[in-house]
Design a protein. Sequence first.
Length: 367
Amino acid sequence: MAGGPTYWDYLRLDRLLTLQGGLEESADELLPDELLFVVTHQTYELWFSVVLRSLRIARDALAAPHVAEELVPEVVHHLRRVNTIFRLAVQQWDVIETMTPQGFLDFRDKLIPASGFQSFQLREIEIVMGLGDKARVRYGGVDPLRHIEESARDNAGGALARARIAAARKEMSLLHALDEWLYRTPIQGSSPDDPGDDKVVDGFLAAYLERMDETIDASLARLLATLDVKDEPSMRGRFEQTRGAARRFLLALDDGGATDRRLQRIRAAALFIESYRAVPLLAWPRVLLDAIIEMEQQFIVFRQRHARMVERMIGRRVGTGGSGGVDYLDETAKMRVFSDLWAIRTVLLPQGRVPALENPAFYGFRV
């Protein structure tokens, strides 16, 4: 091209600006609010494509057999980009809310039976993150992925939706890659392949649980001493329930009392990173875990904000795709992918009560 590309060439504006017509031939045929609705949701899909790219880069880095220390900041960089996009996505609902309810109702019926529920990129994000089929909220009793497959028409969009979902389901998830990385994390200087590693992990958890018991007992005693507790047995029961749940979680005990050693080590590693977050070798791993928690938090906030926007616009009507509308959206905000990282927050101890770090030189600065 003589003179090099132009701005509009680089962004392909001649094509991009012809794609806002919705079901009409041209955006000129849309109501102003409908044009806003189309542009906002197209923008979401463009951002979702960047989220997916960043998630896959982070996942691929963590999935390597050995993750070099200097690579962890790069993983964090891409996760932070995802977090920033999710925060922006939350703010975009403000633009949608410049519509009035009546303004939305003027064109809403044109969407039936289409629904944001059919955003295959949103489902792809869930899959790449690691949301399991059992954890996904059903849509009228049907798995959303199956609903997309069944509603995908024999056209380019439907073929793309089916292909993208099918491909994503064959990939390793970020959750799986994270668990593999955590499993290899040295605990008290010991790695999984080291002799006696199980004993080291058991020792760390035993010491931690002992300190946790002391902390729970102290909290209960302080509560009983400072509050007029009417039902002391009930109060003690709640503390014991917390103690038992924490123990079962950290020891990875099933209903029969058997331990899943692999899961136990993964949870112990996450706890170890969080507990000794100030030591140099664990500084970036701790930031990585924080970034993942923030990522899921922002995704949850996005879902919650979506639900409140829909409630503001249409109340408790049935969704255009036949879902329960707001009720369905509220249920999706309860889904968790990185549930173990959230659960770790329940068992964290104050820094002054954490057991002493063994082999501190292993986690110090290396020159």
